[in-house]
Design a protein around this ligand. Sequence first.
Ligand code: THU
Length: 134
Amino acid sequence: MSVDIPWEQLFEAAKKVRERAHAPYSKFPVGAAVLYADGSVVTGCNVENSSYGLSVCAERGAFAAGVAQGRSKPVAVAIVVDTPTPCPPCGMCRQVMLEFAPKELPVRSRNLEGDEARYSLGELLPHAFTSDFL
Ligand code: THU
């Protein structure tokens, strides 16, 4: 499934949008880029709030923007964070991604040094709650 995914382009997009993050409280800017089956790329950055609990992660921002832009079928996600080791998406973002993507979705994360971690969404969120249970 990872064949033909333009990872370098995706990571460039994630790195670029990370610069737009609004993270004055955590000082932990995150960028995410989602590739869709139609070849389009939708990005997101974390947007924090003085009422901390209202903050939105980069990944959820990207997926919400994808919905608003009429995108469907996410096929790859790239995340960029400035951490010593590449940072996986948080649990809430894993659940949100699974709403729209299959468990085979490749998710890759890089730090600014270019170190990379690779996951599938299913590895990140085993035994997931999905609409199949409803
Ligand atoms: N954050 C993300 O944007 N994505 C994640 O998967 C982990 C955490 C953000 C939320 C908050 O703005 C900051 O990183 C610190 O937790």
